[in-house]
Design a protein around this ligand. Structure first.
Ligand code: GAR
Length: 195
């Protein structure tokens, strides 16, 4: 087995939102070569503050006319010059198709704000609250073509508290994700699983 360390492994982070997980990754010393975003978002400012290239591959549409395969090819092409070993999704809002998984097979990670296989999809925090669960959490997993169902690498429970809103619960989950995701990424790098 080839051993590696966090200074060597070249990472692309895919983000669409506030970029708070991305921010923690910079703080943890991961070697982030590029941040790819699918829409203008705060993640762009986070990357710029760390002198890291940002590539915007903007979605042309959020409707049924969206050409997901063409978009995926554009993402693969945009990442290619950065020669990354690992792709890390941190709140990326576009499902990518087969060309991405062909290019980075078993080298795409995701964090999801629920205990998969419970509450997959984009509204997992709201869905967990609506269902009335007393415990939810987050899942770090390998991203596969089947959305939110790749091999699970780590999970941690987060209690739902009386009076929680979607925002308060999601923020409590993200506090865990910012630690668990980074610890898991470091662990798989140090085990030599991505080189
Ligand atoms: C995180 O909670 C992450 O799990 C979620 O987006 C948030 C990103 O937070 N991702 C998904 O829901 C993917 N299905 P951030 O923008 O503050 O880093």
């Amino acid at each position: 087995m080839i051993r590696a360390n966090v200074e060597i492994v070249r990472i692309a982070v895919l983000a669409s939102g506030t970029g708070s997980i991305l921010e923690s990754m910079f703080g943890a010393g991961l070697r982030i070569e590029v941040v790819l975003i699918d829409r203008p978002c705060r993640a762009r400012e986070v990357a710029a503050a760390h002198d890291t290239p940002v590539v915007l591959v903007e979605r042309s549409s959020y409707g049924s006319d969206f050409d997901r395969v063409a978009y995926t090819h554009a993402v693969v092409d945009a990442l290619e010059p950065f020669d990354v070993d690992l792709v890390v999704m941190a709140g990326f809002g576009t499902i990518l198709e087969k060309p991405m998984h062909d290019a980075y097979e078993n080298r795409i990670l995701n964090t999801h704000p629920a205990l998969l296989p419970a509450f997959p999809g984009w509204h997992s925090v709201r869905d967990a609250l609506d269902y009335g669960v007393k415990v939810t959490g987050c899942t770090v997993h390998v991203a596969t073509l089947a959305v939110d169902s790749g091999p699970i690498l780590a999970q941690e429970a987060v209690p739902v508290l009386p009076g929680d809103t979607e925002e308060s619960l999601h923020e409590r989950i993200k506090t865990v994700e910012r630690r668990l995701y980074i610890d898991t990424i470091k662990e798989i790098i140090e085990r030599g699983h991505v080189l």
